[in-house]
Write a protein that binds this ligand. Structure first.
Ligand SMILES: N[C@@H](CCC(=O)N[C@@H](CS)C(=O)NCC(=O)O)C(=O)O
Length: 223
């Protein structure tokens, strides 16, 4: 039996935005052909589809090109959303998207400074000022998680999946410092995500796609 053509996902395992796409693809059960990209040597096919050169990029069998991670998430979840990631039970989809935008526009720049303080002339050597600015967002998350088990209510949603990769990176800069903060709910929320099957499937390791007409790999993996 010939298999129906699958969407093609250009991905990079460690990129938090590519994680958004892969997490949503796993949650929706949407299969695709994954092509693992080396950012320093992007495949010509990817650049032909999306010249701006960032991952993730998803190309549908009909030839539509989605070149923003949030668009890939929404595309997959609008097709199939068994875990109701687009349906928060506290607040609206717009509220979730606003939280994701705050994470991307305000928290992520502080994370970058905290991770690589040497790249910023006005940052102190340990990035502690950036860490403090980033911590304001984390305290806000802790407050939300004190009210409900997940960021937008009683079940995990797109908001949790999108914020989590950045909180994880922040935690990984100085794990002992992160673990010592009075954020028990945030710690439990993050551990719950990183111990989940969904996360393990989204983070499966693949060799770089060789290009030249080779097939990528079938994603998500079953594990
Ligand atoms: N707004 C984009 C951001 C994607 C992005 O910045 N991806 C990074 C990797 S995490 C990238 O591909 N950078 C290009 C490069 O490093 O050459 C999205 O959400 O898809």
């Amino acid at each position: 039996m010939p298999t129906a053509a699958l969407p093609v996902l250009y991905s990079f395992r460690r990129c938090p935005y590519a994680m958004w796409a892969r997490l949503a693809l796993v949650a929706s059960g949407q299969r695709c052909e994954l092509r693992e990209v080396v950012l320093k040597n992007k495949p010509a096919d990817m650049l032909a589809a999306s010249p701006k050169g960032t991952v993730p990029v998803l190309v549908t069998p009909e030839g539509a090109v989605l070149e923003q991670s949030l668009d890939v998430m929404r595309w997959a979840l609008q097709r199939n959303d068994p875990q109701r990631w687009l349906q928060p039970d506290a607040g609206t989809l717009e509220d979730m998207l606003a939280l994701v935008a705050t994470c991307d526009d305000e928290f992520k720049p502080q994370l970058d400074r905290y991770k690589y303080p040497g790249r910023f002339a006005d940052e102190d050597a340990q990035g502690s000022a950036a860490r403090e600015r980033g911590a304001r967002f984390l305290r806000e998350l802790e407050a939300r998680l004190s009210a409900t088990a997940h960021l937008a209510g009683t079940h995990a949603t797109l908001a949790d999946a999108a914020v989590m990769p950045f909180v994880r990176q922040f935690a990984m800069v100085a794990p002992a410092w992160f673990d010592a903060q009075p954020w028990p709910r945030l710690h439990a929320w993050l551990s719950g995500w990183t111990a989940s099957d969904l996360f393990a499937r989204a983070m499966h390791k693949y060799a770089p796609w060789p290009g030249g007409g080779e097939a990528g790999v079938d994603f998500p993996p079953s594990l």
